[in-house]
Write a protein that binds this ligand. Sequence first.
Ligand SMILES: [Zn+2]
Length: 229
Amino acid sequence: MEKIYCFSCGKIIDSYDVISKELDFDLKGEIYHYQGKEAVCPVCGATVFVNDILKYNKEQAYNAVRMANDIISQKDILSIPEKYNVGKRNISKYLGWGEITFSRYCSGYIPTKHNSDILKEVLDNPEYLKEKIKKYLQENPDDENARKDLQKINFSGLFNAIVNMNWDDETDKWIATSTDIPGLELEADSFDMLTDQVEKTVPELLKRNKLPNTAMIQYHTNKKQMIYA
Ligand SMILES: [Zn+2]
């Protein structure tokens, strides 16, 4: 535990009590009320300053500002680069913002209402970000990374699953299995028949396993083919 000094007792204390308290946060003259915490000295009851408590209160205060102004949460902001697998600086770039603007939002800085609405749209609607990147590419046609990001968004949000399609010498059959789709175990006489079976069976298994209703299947196979010139 961090060393805490009680100014009232005039000494370092090794524990503190926490009380719940309604607090005010003044942001540019606008007052926001929020439920915060206060650390008090167990000996004399005076308020003591504890970094963890200050940090907690700051988060609660910022949440109150977000709530009151219908501003996107930090958690939702952080889920944007994760959802699309696009870097923070690139997101800023595509939205036409300063290079580190989006990174600052990720670290807890509260966006303006205008930018918050843009971020909500980005999170909810992949087409919106795609349009932004396309527009950016019109002005920066040589930016290969932007092209790659555009591709990534096309496939983001899809459930990616690997299906192993292997020839089994012992049974003389093609076998399909997948750890991503529980219950998938199929066999067939030919590779093409097995692919057909996968296509027919996977929708049912997606439902049964409560998985997303669209899957991007990637086949891993030991299929070999002899080709003659
Ligand atoms: Zn004290």
